[in-house]
Design a protein around this ligand. Structure first.
Ligand code: NI
Length: 172
């Protein structure tokens, strides 16, 4: 296991469309372990392989609260379908440190994917889990939360990111 480097906007690798995983091998399982360690260390509720520079269709999500036991979910070659309803949630992203914005997404969605054993599974999600699924799935298609913002929100986020970068430069 290892903590991986998380790419930050505007790294061009975040814009790549990830390739499907051919077979769920030991190498994939080991990558997922490192992704989980990286996500918990950050900390974040989701991480896509694209964000650690691996262009393969894999993401992980754990929306358990701080006082709850961890509940890691792994999605390999995920497909989202049957989106329904609308919700607005204040999202953050490990590739946009320090920035959060209200983003409109489907309230409910279904997903089918492979697990770490290569077995197909399917379930329906709503609320935060549905947000996380849509956010992480976007990463696999090179789509970022900034693409979902209106012009006003985008300018605001640009200023926040510039501020976070200049603070980084002065503290490190
Ligand atoms: Ni993200």
């Amino acid at each position: 296991m290892a903590i991986l480097e998380i790419l930050e906007y505007p790294d061009p690798r975040l814009r790549e469309v990830a390739r499907p995983v051919g077979e769920v091998t030991e190498e994939i399982r080991s990558l997922v372990e490192s992704m989980a360690e990286t996500m918990y260390d950050a900390p974040g509720v989701g991480l896509a392989a694209t964000q650690v520079g691996i262009s393969q269709r894999i993401f992980i999500i754990d929306i358990a609260g701080e006082d709850e036991p961890s509940d890691l979910k792994v999605f390999i070659n995920p497909e989202l379908f049957d989106a329904d309803g609308v919700q607005v949630y204040k999202e953050g992203c490990l590739s946009f440190p320090g920035a959060t914005e209200d983003i409109k997404r489907a309230e409910r969605i279904k997903v089918r994917a492979l697990d770490l054993q290569g077995t197909a599974f399917e379930f329906e999600a709503d609320g935060l889990m549905a947000v996380a699924l849509q956010h992480e799935n976007d990463h696999l298609n090179g789509i970022l939360m900034i693409d979902k913002l209106n012009a006003f929100q985008r300018r605001k986020m640009g200023r926040k990111l510039a501020k976070a970068r200049s603070e980084d430069a002065t503290t490190s």
